[in-house]
Design a protein around this ligand. Structure first.
Ligand SMILES: Cc1ncc(COP(=O)(O)O)c(C=O)c1O
Length: 390
């Protein structure tokens, strides 16, 4: 567990590094990649060992008998999140963008509305629109620089055509760990407007010391009949390329609908993902995840302290995730000028806020899950790019 080790990922087919020049004009030779949500760290040794075990065996045929995998999920959910999951509730899919798309496909019709609390993870709106459904943007409000829900305003927005709400818990971007009270309010909202509640909890293990994430079924057990949980070990352990996630559905009727769609689309899991996640969902993986959050806590403190020293910039206080959401509104600059300074001058690729939907326009999202020396270098570059404000 050496989170300070600097590993060169250039030329390794990493989307974060090898697509940076095409998408942001930042060459990998001189740039720092702070966009895509994967980390610059090696996964737990247990996962590496599992992959080496597969390679040593040297046969890569169809996977069968997922009892160990399901048991590992049950163990993790119970030990880390206090939630008992029955194995038959779990569908294994190709990651949670795939899981979200399956939910939209299985539980809504073309023309239906799907509610998002924006700004929010950009792939949600992408899959909803691609499926011919309407994105209904309910904007998060801010209280003391943190996102909060504005349920009265959202109630007034509902037309009766909405069928689903996709919640991001903890929230990306913005890093909120929703309180039990807030989760209950979302659940009540879904009951009031008869919405399927899809709770994407992919960031549930990336919670800073002192914060407590509550899984939706524990916060609001009364909505189990309309709840779909999305979970994965891929963010936790930095194995996103394994493309492996879980769609967990306690209600038998919703489950039968999902089973039919998965059958119709011919989806079956990839053995690499199952081996890797099973190895991570272990006491060794838990120890690694705790060490990771302690390291990220240091990066968060450093990043916040230095970024907030630049006049006009303000980072949201992160309760979870390694994705710092920085508001540039106070600079009074156009989005083009901010992007020019960050990308051309500082040579940093960070996600553009507008892609996260209404309310994100003046923000950039910076991935701080990197060796501290790299985060420091990025902060130096940003300070220089905005030196005229200081
Ligand atoms: C909220 C959220 N859901 C899903 C994903 C992607 O999931 P996957 O890689 O399993 O498709 C991300 C990645 O950043 C995310 O932030």
């Amino acid at each position: 567990m050496n989170f300070d080790e600097r590993i060169d990922r250039r030329g390794s087919h990493s989307v974060k590094w090898d697509m940076m020049e095409t998408l942001y004009g930042v060459p990998a030779s001189t740039g720092i990649a702070m966009w895509v949500a994967d980390m610059e760290f090696r996964p737990p040794a247990a996962i590496q060992k599992a992959v080496e075990g597969m390679a040593a065996h040297g046969l890569y045929g169809y996977f069968g008998d997922d009892r160990d995998y399901l048991a590992a999920i049950r163990w993790w959910m119970e030990h880390r999140h206090g939630w008992e999951v029955a194995p038959e509730w779990i569908f294994t899919v190709h990651g949670l963008v795939n899981g979200t798309a399956l939910c939209v496909d299985a539980f809504t019709q073309p023309g239906d509305g799907v509610v998002l609390m924006t700004p929010v993870y950009h792939a949600f709106s992408r899959v909803i629109r691609a499926a011919g459904r309407d994105v209904v943007e309910c904007r998060l409000a801010q209280d003391n620089g943190r996102y909060v829900m504005d349920l009265d305003a959202w109630d007034a927005q509902m037309t009766g055509r909405e069928r689903m709400l996709i919640l991001c818990s903890p929230h990306n971007p913005g890093g909120r760990v929703w309180t039990v009270e807030e989760l209950r309010q979302v659940a009540d909202f879904c009951v009031r407007h008869d919405l399927i509640l899809v709770s994407d909890e992919i960031h549930h293990d990336l919670v800073y010391p002192g914060q407590r994430h509550t899984v939706m079924p524990l916060a609001a057990p009364e909505v189990l009949e309309r709840l779909v949980m999305l979970t994965a070990g891929t963010k936790t352990f930095n194995i996103a390329g394994a493309h492996c996630g879980n769609v967990i559905i306690p209600d038998p009727t919703l489950r039968a609908t999902m089973a039919r769609r998965i059958g119709a689309l011919g989806i079956s899991p990839n053995s690499f993902g199952l081996f890797m996640v099973s190895a991570g969902y272990s006491p060794e993986g838990a120890e690694w995840a705790d060490a990771l959050m302690r390291y990220l806590e240091g990066n968060r403190a450093l990043f916040d302290e230095r970024i907030n020293r630049i006049p006009g910039l303000r980072s949201m206080p992160l309760e979870a995730t390694y994705l710092s959401w920085v508001d540039f509104a106070g600079t009074g600059m156009s989005a083009e000028e901010i992007h020019r300074r960050v990308e051309s001058e500082a040579q940093i690729a960070a996600n553009h806020g507008a892609t996260f939907g209404a309310g994100g326009e003046s923000f950039l999202r910076f991935n701080i899950a990197a060796p501290r020396a790299q985060v420091e270098e990025a902060l130096e570059r940003l300070s220089r790019a905005f030196a005229d404000l200081q």
